[in-house]
Design a protein around this ligand. Sequence first.
Ligand SMILES: Cc1cc2nc3c(=O)[nH]c(=O)nc-3n(C[C@H](O)[C@H](O)[C@H](O)COP(=O)(O)O)c2cc1C
Ligand code: SF4
Ligand code: FES
Length: 649
Amino acid sequence: MDEAIARYPKDHRRSATMPLLHLWQEHFGFIGHEAVFWIAEKLGLQPINILEVVTFYPMFRQHPAGKTHIRICRTLSCAMAGGLEVMENLCASLGIKRPNDGEETNNPIAVSADGNYSVEFVECLASCHTAPVCMIGEQLHEKVDPNSAADFFRNRQSVIGDPKLAWPPHPLEHRLVYKNIGRPGWTSDIDCYLRDGGYEQLKQALTLSRDDIVNKVKNSGLRGRGGAGFSCGLKWSFIKPDEKRPVYLICNADESEPGTFKDRYIIHEDPHQLLEGMLISCYALGAHTAYIYIRGEFPEGANILERAIEDARQHNFLGKDILGSGFDVEFYIHRGAGAYICGEETGLIESLEGKRGYPRIKPPYFPAVLGLYMCPTIVNNVETLCNIKHIIAMGGAEYARLGRPNNTGTRVLCVSGDVQRPGYFEVEVGAVTMGQLIYEMAGGLRPGRKLKAVIPGGSSAKVLRADERFKIKERQTDGSTSEREIAIDDIAMDFDSLAAAGSMAGSGGVIVLDDSRDMVWALNNLNKFYAHESCGQCTPCREGSLWMQKITDRMLRGGGVVEDPKTLKTIGDNIAGRTICAFGEACAWPTQSFVEKFPEEFAARARKPIPPPLPPEYTSEELIEEESIPTVPMAHDPGWEKAGAKGTI
Ligand SMILES: Cc1cc2nc3c(=O)[nH]c(=O)nc-3n(C[C@H](O)[C@H](O)[C@H](O)COP(=O)(O)O)c2cc1C
Ligand code: SF4
Ligand code: FES
């Protein structure tokens, strides 16, 4: 425990809250009152500071689970592949009775009578291409057959990174960051990495000035791969070269956007590539401490990174005076605990400070101004940071020749859902179209099926309908712009083209739905995810996400009323743009776009003529039991008289 505390600055011991809770839970199985008081005392905090963390993060539990705890993914790609049936069949074979929908939020874990097993639905485990997946204890299990849940327990094997999926790369791929992922003979240890020319770019970078590196990154045109697609070089340039306060780098390895499963493979199979990218970044930014915030559901990834950090330290790539350059830098791993919102960079920073993952109010708009411990902080995604090494190797201008103007380099696209060969594909940004990606790279749809819809950039991206026509503006060589109408298959897989088509490239997670899918069911699945994951700070998001879920739930159960599609849209419209963080948009966009693009399916589920009660769970009679609401005299304030108030409500 003392070692965990020592990873954070002395005056920020609170940051050790989550590591200590993880350690306690690993040892005792759950976090009771004793733990809360003990950890509070150890860190010099109030018990409430610990309790609020325990109750926020889904992975921390206040009651014991079974001896073997099973987490089953319930999010869209897994649900489409039978994840819900896995849970049903597993419970039947283990004799477990699960709580009903209403009770599940407060009581998500169901334990078998003998205490040997417990089950829990969890959100996307970042392995959507091998759906349905679950975790047994700390191990991920992929492609679980819903029909043989009991056999699967007797013969369980973890197969993360099935090489058959990864090698050889598709001819349309251009592998840079994924060059070694799944390569026969490739191992994740430092010797293999060094034999392949590893850490040469770090040596090269240490001979350059910090400005040179930042300029190379600017010239490369690299845009963040975490979701927002913000210019990496521009973000870095917010750090003042003569900054007196400590500067921090945080690697965002939270990878929790449903449909996205690229960062885990980098961590598992090429961890030194990430460390080298981070080392160059720290040197360029003048950061002497970096944290890798890795999602709690990646325990194996956290161990691999710990080992890789130790190996890099042995070779003096990390620590004091690295490679005799006079530059000191330390890396630490910080594990999350199951909250999607900790992928949002300011929620992540709060979480790293040992608090609930509540996104911060803006301004300041960037953690580069005020971030971790109120110091300048750069948060970058795993894939973004790996690209830094390649920018040093190639030079910024050469890197910018990959891809398209304003959409440079390569990126990893993750394809899941109704395709024959789901998986990851690294392509030059914009070099393949949606049609090529789905039909040539991912093997097309199942026999006899037609494309119905695509969610192109993680579950938060607006859905595209297969028979839509998209108006795309194109810049001509003479500087003028022209407009062209294209089909979904012709959309180039880049930031600007997907934005022009009314959606976004986001995190690169492409979820494909065929004509067997019920769009109300699909939206309800996503609505459940967002209702579960809203941090609850903003009323529109906290209440709206739940209302949207309850309405689509009602529609699925046959209780939809004619106003429901309109109500859904109104709720979405009143969330987007009215919240502290971009989760507001992320949860509104699926509802807004599904209802707009598939009106016939929503109308078919909304036939009842009764006006919808609002909020959906109450009727107006239940809401107001009293005929009149008594008024309460309020304390006297002379200001009210001026304002004409009567002093009562
Ligand atoms: C709700 C929400 C969840 C997010 N989840 C992730 C995530 O899991 N991983 C990630 O890298 N970025 C995520 N982001 C984006 C981060 O806030 C941030 O923009 C990103 O880490 C910056 O890195 P980049 O510039 O390299 O993309 C999320 C954003 C939001 C609003
Ligand atoms: S928008 Fe939602 S997730 Fe973001 S701060 Fe508000 S309540 Fe939390
Ligand atoms: S791993 Fe289940 S939906 Fe992503």
